[in-house]
Design a protein. Structure first.
Length: 198
């Protein structure tokens, strides 16, 4: 499977153009949005409509710049966008787990409550992809000025469930940074998009 992932577009039409061109060239199975597509919801309807105009299936979570209910409502207007925040999405032998929002907490009790249901719905035979806005703690993706600022709850999920891929964003300083934790490939794809094969 080919995924074209991006994060923290923040209404950039340059970023949108690059995503659109990469989609035409690479023909990914899905575009994956890791949140912060807007600037505090300014023109959120507009940028989601533009994203939906790209002829590709899209999976999205909200960032800390988007309210989950509003983003869910807008995404529901577009048949090719699946808003997967707090949801599991299965496509063939691939299973996505989505959790957006926040990005500033070390511990996310809401996410930890969901982990039990995520684990219940985890199919052993599937390749698992975690899509979050916040990065996991203790990685190159959450390292700022020599200190780690990522989410420990998400890191615990990765250590426990061992997904094949984890996509995240939030920290602009770490755009396009990749790392492996065990078998899990972790990627901050940046606003211009990164093609990931799984």
């Amino acid at each position: 499977m080919k995924l074209l992932a991006f994060t923290d577009m923040h209404l950039s039409l340059t970023a949108f153009s690059k995503i659109e061109k990469a989609t035409k060239k690479e023909k990914p199975d899905f575009i994956v949005c890791c949140g912060d597509i807007s600037i505090f919801e300014q023109n959120l309807d507009y940028i989601i409509k533009k994203l939906a105009s790209i002829k590709c299936r899209i999976l999205a979570v909200n960032g800390n710049h988007e309210d989950e209910l509003l983003m869910s409502k807008i995404c529901s207007k577009h048949p090719n966008i699946n808003f997967i925040h707090r949801k599991s999405f299965i496509y063939g032998s691939y299973q996505f787990f989505g959790y957006g929002g926040d990005g500033f907490s070390y511990i996310d009790e809401d996410f930890e409550k969901l982990v039990k249901s995520f684990k219940r719905f985890a199919k052993k035979e599937t390749k698992k992809i975690l899509v979050t806005h916040a990065p996991p703690h203790g990685t190159k993706l959450d390292l700022l000025y020599g200190e780690h600022h990522g989410n420990k709850s998400i890191r615990n999920f990765i250590d426990d469930v061992k997904p094949d891929l984890a996509l995240c964003g939030h920290f602009h300083e770490n755009f396009n940074v990749k790392q492996k934790i065990g078998k899990t490939v972790i990627v901050n794809p940046g606003p211009y998009g990164t093609l990931v094969r799984i």
